[in-house]
Design a protein around this ligand. Structure first.
Ligand SMILES: [Zn+2]
Length: 559
């Protein structure tokens, strides 16, 4: 038997059971293609009998070329009173025309009698003829034994009989499921060993577990140690309740820790971080920064002692080389980090500090700004600008001269916000006004409108996330506020920070940094926009919801 561990992805089926995760048909196709590119041998696309979107998915998938993935359609055994060929669920499974069909059936008598209203014997027949029906249609049939571990604990002989029934009917993989996710690791290992030894069947044994006891990855690995060679999971562990086993972590553990061969192969692990972030992006969920192997913080070192040691000997504080999983070491710039962290981070950004900027001076400035509430941990673009500004050759592309913000709430009317901004570019001052659905939105619109007159390339810059944190909750309204802004252009995303006792002032700093970074990064070529174009009332990009007032321009050197 082949000793490689085959990874079976069920992000598109079990993963979509996750609260807060919704995938459109187009999203599902995108993720399936990406999994195919990553080399996954099995991609479960959905449950065609349960909803029209999944049926459409398989219809669309038929027209596409799959390089590595065999697509699987998922569904249950037939209804107890239907013959297989008349059962709508089984027919939908075969009609999906996938090379693989995954059928789940009941292993636990409690479910058989209380949920299906069938007898134990009836259920064994239902499993057998459902599997046989799909096998006769030419499908590779994977049998998923739902609630297997709970069923085994309640009635070992019956749970084993369900597996025999699936095997005799033509299933070539038998997957043991901890559907409720409540088993301990030693139980999983012992039961899997018992089942494999007792049945002694020429099949591929598999495992499918949930995270409810916080053990999904550990239990999957225990099952592999006990002999299974087919592991099911979802990207980032998305799934019902607490989630499924995280296939990203399992893959890396199997290759880098257990030294096993996998399909997809261990060589492809270098795309792991990208895969994880891509799926989070398509699912519109924030990536988990602390996710093992692939999280932004997975190899981040913050303490000064760790930083200094890591800069000298990389593996001093890292369990594996981050490059193996497509991640990287980061020394976090913070007040806890010392001079070495600062220097290292700066050099990573391409700065030779020596002879240009004194790292001690930079470190001192960072500590002061952080004491005042800024944080450069999540704001690499502001950090980059900090270094630039310490260099004598750097010329900022604009100067923010001043601004006003007016928020108006009158009885019976919606809240209204308006802002004006004045910026100076090469001695020329522009003054604009804009409305917004809130003060920061209005300020953003006014600044963009003013700078847009000089730099039309800012049209492509969008504000994607805006986070506010109150730093010193004890002193209520006098507390300092930190604003973190994430911006994006077609090719890049970056984060900037501002802090002040006033939320508008903090936002103004972060907005200013964001636009300055965009110009610096994109090459701050002055591409003055035609004034007539500029004075139209076209909506300002990035402020889609804001109504924009006509611009007022004051040209000339009025400082
Ligand atoms: Zn499941």
């Amino acid at each position: 038997m082949n000793d490689r561990v085959v990874l079976y992805d069920t992000t598109l089926r079990d993963g979509t059971q996750s609260e807060g995760l919704v995938l459109s048909l187009a999203d599902k196709i995108k993720i399936a293609r990406r999994l195919d590119e990553a080399g996954f041998p099995y991609v479960e696309g959905g449950w065609p009998g349960s909803n029209p979107k999944d049926e459409e998915f398989f219809e669309l998938a038929r027209g596409l070329t799959w390089r590595n993935a065999r697509l699987a359609a998922f569904g249950s055994t037939r209804h107890r009173s239907n013959r297989p060929e008349e059962d709508p669920n089984l027919r939908a499974l075969v009609d999906a025309a996938t090379p693989v069909v995954t059928i789940f059936g009941k292993s636990w008598l409690l479910h058989v009698t209380e949920v299906l209203g069938a007898t134990g014997d009836e259920n064994l027949v239902m499993i057998g003829d459902s599997v046989a029906y799909c096998a006769a249609a030419g499908r590779e049939v994977i049998y998923a034994a739902e609630h297997f571990f709970d069923g085994f604990k309640a009635d070992r002989a019956y749970a084993l009989a369900t597996l025999r029934s699936a095997y005799a009917a033509g299933a070539t993989s038998l997957v043991l499921c901890d559907t409720n996710g409540g088993c301990l690791t030693d139980e999983v290992g012992a039961i899997v060993r018992d089942v494999i030894a007792t049945l002694d069947l020429p099949v591929t044994w598999g495992i499918h577990v949930h995270e409810d006891a916080g053990l999904a990855v550990a239990n999957s690995l225990a099952a592999v140690q006990a002999g299974v060679r087919h592991v099911q999971g979802t990207v980032n562990g998305y799934g019902e309740r607490c989630g499924n086993a995280n296939i990203v972590t399992i893959w890396a553990d199997l290759v880098l820790k257990a030294g096993m061969e996998t399909v997809p192969s261990g060589v492809d692990l270098r795309g792991l971080a990208d895969l994880s972030h891509y799926v989070a992006e398509v699912a519109n969920l924030a990536p988990d920064d602390h996710q093992p192997y692939v999280g932004q913080s997975a190899f981040a070192h913050k303490g000064g002692v760790h930083g200094a040691a890591t800069a000298r000997v990389r593996h001093a504080y890292q369990h594996v080389d981050p490059e193996l999983v497509g991640n990287q070491t980061r020394l976090v710039v913070s007040e806890l980090g010392g001079r070495v962290n600062t220097q290292w981070r700066a050099e990573e950004l391409g700065h030779r500090l020596e002879g240009v900027v004194d790292p001690r001076e930079l470190s001192r400035i960072i500590k002061r700004l952080e004491a005042e509430g800024a944080s450069f941990e999540g704001a690499e673009a502001s950090f980059e600008l900090l270094i630039r500004r310490l260099q004598s050759a750097y010329r900022p592309p604009f100067r923010l001269v001043d601004y006003t913000v007016l928020v108006e709430h009158r009885e019976g009317r919606e809240l209204r916000a308006a802002a004006t901004g004045k910026v100076e570019v090469e001695g020329e001052v522009i003054h604009t006004a804009a409305d917004g659905n809130g003060p920061v939105n209005a300020l953003d619109a006014a600044l963009r409108k003013a700078l847009g007159a000089f730099y039309p390339q800012l049209d492509g810059v969008h504000l994607v996330d805006y986070k506010v944190r109150i730093l010193d909750g004890g002193s209520a309204t006098a507390a300092r506020t930190r604003v973190l802004i994430e911006s994006s252009s077609e090719s890049d995303t970056w984060s900037t920070v501002g802090s002040d006792t006033n939320i508008i002032a903090a936002s103004f700093q972060a907005l200013g940094d964001s636009l300055e970074y965009a110009l610096w990064k994109g090459g701050a070529a002055l591409r003055r926009r035609d004034a007539r174009h500029f004075t139209t009332t076209a909506p300002v990009p990035g402020a889609a919801t804001a109504a924009v007032a006509p611009a007022t321009i004051a040209e000339g050197g009025s400082r």
